[in-house]
Design a binder for this molecule. Structure first.
Ligand code: SF4
Length: 202
C-alpha cells in the first residue's frame, strides 16, 4: 500500500530531526542567495556577506561592487547583489515584514522565498515548495500537479497545519540524499510503498 503523507513526514522526522530557526532577515537573504545554486555555495556567500554587513541598513548603504564580491560563491552574483541591496533598502525604511502579503511585496520575492521566511525565520506554518518538495510529492502520489504553486495549495489541503512547518526541511533533505533528479530508488527505504513508475534500481 502506498505510504500516506502523514506516515512519510513522521518517518522523515525520525530520520532527520527538526530544523532550528534563524533571524528572519538572514533567512530572506539566504533564500535569495540559494536560488539556482547548491546549499554549500549559498552558506559561504551568506557567511561572507553577514560577516561584513549585519543589518538591512548596512547592506542598503554598502557599495554594490562589495556585495557582489562577498556573495560571488552563490553564482549569478550581479543579479543577486542588486536584488539583495534593493530588498535591504526597502526593509531599512519599512521594517522587516512579518506576514506573507508584505513579504510578497518585497522586490523579487516570490512565494517560496516568502514561505521560507515564515517557516525558518518566524516559525509560522507555511509550505515553501521548491523542486524537491514538488517532485517528491508527485512521485509519491500525494499530489498530481504541474507547478509549485499548485503543489503548495494541494499539500496545504492534505497535511495538517501543525505539520506544514516540517515539510520543506524534511523533503529537501530526502531529495538531496535519496529522491533527487535521478532517484536512488535502490537505497530508498520507501521503495515498496512508492507508486512512482520509473524507479531507478541501479
Ligand atoms: S522509491 Fe525512488 S522515486 Fe520513490 S521515493 Fe524512493 S527514491 Fe523517490
Amino acid at each position: 500500500m502506498a505510504i500516506t503523507v502523514d506516515e512519510f513526514i513522521e518517518d522523515l522526522k525520525k530520520r532527520y530531526g527538526v530544523f532550528t530557526r534563524r533571524d528572519p532577515f538572514e533567512v530572506l537573504i539566504f533564500t535569495v542567495l540559494s536560488q539556482r545554486t547548491k546549499d554549500a555555495n549559498s552558506y559561504k556567500a551568506s557567511e561572507q556577506l553577514f560577516s561584513r554587513y549585519n543589518t538591512p541598513e548596512e547592506i542598503a548603504d554598502a557599495p554594490l561592487k562589495e556585495i557582489e564580491k562577498l556573495i560571488k560563491p552563490a553564482g549569478f552574483y550581479r543579479v543577486k547583489a542588486n536584488r539583495i541591496k534593493e530588498i535591504a533598502r526597502v526593509i531599512s525604511k519599512t521594517g522587516m515584514p512579518t506576514d506573507l502579503g508584505d513579504l510578497l511585496r518585497l522586490p523579487g520575492v516570490g512565494r517560496k522565498t516568502a514561505n521560507c521566511v515564515l517557516v525558518y525565520g518566524y516559525g509560522e506554518p507555511a509550505i515553501p515548495v521548491d523542486i524537491h518538495v514538488h517532485r517528491i510529492s508527485n512521485r509519491l502520489g500525494f499530489v498530481h500537479t504541474r507547478t509549485p504553486e499548485e503543489t503548495e495549495r494541494e499539500l496545504m489541503k492534505i497535511i495538517p497545519k501543525d505539520k506544514w512547518i516540517l515539510v520543506n526541511s524534511l523533503l529537501v533533505r530526502f531529495g538531496q540524499e535519496i529522491c533527487g533528479a535521478r532517484p536512488k530508488c535502490w537505497m530508498c527505504p520507501l521503495i515498496d510503498r512508492c507508486p512512482y513508475p520509473d524507479k531507478k534500481l541501479k
